[in-house]
Design a protein around this ligand. Structure first.
Ligand code: FES
Length: 180
């Protein structure tokens, strides 16, 4: 016949160890999972640079006479699982103007084709529907189907480096509306 003294005595230290192990294990699973869900739900959080500016060129690499130079915009993309270096996300034309730099988007505001710079004409040309733009990005042909000139982008020159706040704009609109 057994009595109460034979019953197993609860081990308080063992219980605390198991509870702590469970809590740590839960954190190991939940924290990465939460980070992955945030990145998946908000793709912009994967692309954001420092205040949206990206270093795109050396100032010394741009022609001093103001001739536009096409530059591919690349950035690092990171999500919860991978990190990719130098992923192309677009292109801009950079021009030296005085002591500063002007950045023009390379996408035609009409329907989104890439524009070419034609040095012989000192103008930009869109091969899709033949819009033409002056070197400063303005429409230089009244028959141009583009509803507005080429879009300018914010630029900063920092210690000889050109930084651009790259963004895209809605096409087919008379006004410049950022694409969210
Ligand atoms: S997309 Fe450039 S003119 Fe139509």
């Amino acid at each position: 016949m057994s009595n109460s003294s034979d019953a197993p005595v609860p081990n308080r230290r063992g219980f605390l160890k198991e509870a702590a192990a469970g809590a740590i294990g839960g954190c190991c699973v939940l924290v990465p999972a939460a980070a992955g869900i945030v990145a998946w739900l908000d793709p912009l959080s994967r692309d954001a640079g420092e205040a949206g500016y990206l270093r795109v060129a050396q100032l010394a690499a741009l022609p001093v006479d103001g001739t536009p130079r096409r530059v591919t915009i690349v950035m690092e993309k990171t999500d919860a699982w991978t990190r990719q270096h130098a992923v192309p996300i677009g292109a801009v034309y950079l021009r030296r103007v005085g002591d500063g730099v002007v950045a023009l988007h390379s996408i035609c505001p009409h329907a989104g084709c890439f524009v070419d710079y034609q040095a012989s004409r000192k103008s930009f040309f869109c091969p899709c529907h033949e819009s033409t733009f002056a070197e400063d990005g303005s429409i230089n042909d009244p028959h141009s189907p583009s509803p507005r000139g080429l879009d300018t982008l914010d630029v900063e020159v920092r210690a000889g480096e050109v930084w651009v706040r790259f963004e895209n704009f809605r096409t087919g609109s008379r006004t410049k509306v950022p694409v969210a």
